[in-house]
Design a protein around this ligand. Structure first.
Ligand SMILES: NC(=O)c1ccc[n+]([C@@H]2O[C@H](COP(=O)([O-])OP(=O)(O)OC[C@H]3O[C@@H](n4cnc5c(N)ncnc54)[C@H](OP(=O)(O)O)[C@@H]3O)[C@@H](O)[C@H]2O)c1
Length: 322
């Protein structure tokens, strides 16, 4: 049976997501909702949504919805998700899941108490390249991981009212892109023992750049950074005692990694695709629903709680507030 999707919030990412959704067998775009009826109509017309709503609340009245993708700005994720969960509707919510651990805890507690599916749209977790990197680490291909190095930077349009530089909209590099290097270190090394972090702030008060150094009880380290001011390599490097995994840029959406080991030719694994890469999280979620799960077995709600706790800790250390 088809999975009938709704989308709440019709900005830039919603367009990219729906283009991939329409490539997934068994996925149907059932309803869209924006804060503006004209935007809902235009989006719905473009992608063929059956129901088009000019307010988010109207989604609750939509018949036969199986799951809703929340694609609003960070500051609305918690509010939008709670509304849907309380209406009994499963949710896939964009990253960052919430503005802080308090918000994410509310979302998780509501989903668990109501036994309604909830997942953070941390799309990188479901990418074949990341799955391969994790498999290589878990099977000991590079020995014990000693250092993770990852960066994410691009020269963003410095629009002071746009989402990225606007403090009131939860702007700044950490929540928007710093989350990806942190995710990679968490996936490979787990929770750190100590976090050091520093940030630089622009005229609007948001963190334009953030550097993070994480240390672990077993002596491992992670060196991570994010910047909205310059294009960086966006490479994910996992250094182990007996080899290196090099996730090609941009690592969070990469289609290739290279395994480098002494006395062996470098081995490159590629995972070509014609899409943006959102179909992996979409298929995973649909598989979870068909198995009757209420959370993901690849990126659980505990994982999301851990990640937002790391973001909170980095923010506190670097003096970033919202
Ligand atoms: N996973 C990824 O790869 C990825 C990539 C980019 C962003 N994101 C995340 O997705 C979320 C949304 O990011 P985004 O880049 O899509 O933000 P965006 O383009 O600014 O859109 C977000 C919201 O802005 C509103 N909006 C868009 N165009 C508008 C207009 N012309 N006038 C008034 N309002 C307008 C929309 O409201 P309506 O609800 O009324 O439509 C929409 O909900 C963020 O939390 C971000 O972190 C994830």
């Amino acid at each position: 049976m088809a999975t009938r999707w709704g989308i709440l919030g019709l900005g830039r990412i919603a367009h990219k997501f729906v283009q991939d959704l329409l490539t997934v067998e068994g996925a149907v775009l059932h309803a869209v909702a924006a804060s503006d009826q004209a935007r809902a109509d235009e989006f719905g017309e473009q992608y063929g949504a059956t129901h088009r709503f000019g307010s988010y609340e109207q989604l609750l009245t939509c018949p036969d919805l199986d799951v809703v993708y929340v694609a609003t700005r960070h500051i609305l994720h918690c509010q939008n998700t709670l509304m849907l969960l309380n209406g009994g509707i499963p949710v896939l919510c964009e990253k960052p899941f919430g503005m802080n651990a308090h918000e994410v805890s509310q979302m998780v507690e509501t989903a668990r108490s109501k036994r309604v599916y909830l997942m953070e749209a941390l799309w990188s977790r479901f990418m074949p390249t990341i799955l391969k990197a994790k498999e290589l680490v878990d099977t000991g291909a590079i020995g014990r991981v000693r250092l993770v190095r990852a960066d994410f930077g691009f020269a963003a349009n410095p629009d002071p009212v746009g989402r990225l530089f606007n403090k009131e909209l939860g702007g700044g590099s950490l929540l928007d892109i710093g989350i990806y290097p942190l995710f990679l270190s968490y996936l490979m090394l787990g929770k750190p023992a100590q976090i050091r972090a520093a940030a630089t702030f622009g005229e609007t008060g948001v963190d334009e750049q953030c550097g993070m150094t994480l240390t672990y009880d077993n002596g491992a380290m992670a060196m991570l950074d994010s910047t909205l001011l310059a294009k960086t390599d966006c490479v994910g490097l996992i250094f182990g005692e007996t080899g290196t995994i090099r996730i090609h840029g941009r690592f969070h959406e990469s289609t290739a990694l290279t395994l480098e080991r002494p006395d062996a030719q470098p081995e490159t694994f590629t995972f070509d695709r014609q899409t943006h890469g959102y179909e992996y999280e979409i298929r995973h979620l649909m598989q979870c629903l068909s198995e009757g799960r209420t959370e993901s077995n690849l990126w659980s709600l505990d994982n999301s709680l851990d990640l937002i706790a790391l973001l909170d800790a980095v923010g506190a250390e670097a003096g970033i507030s919202y």
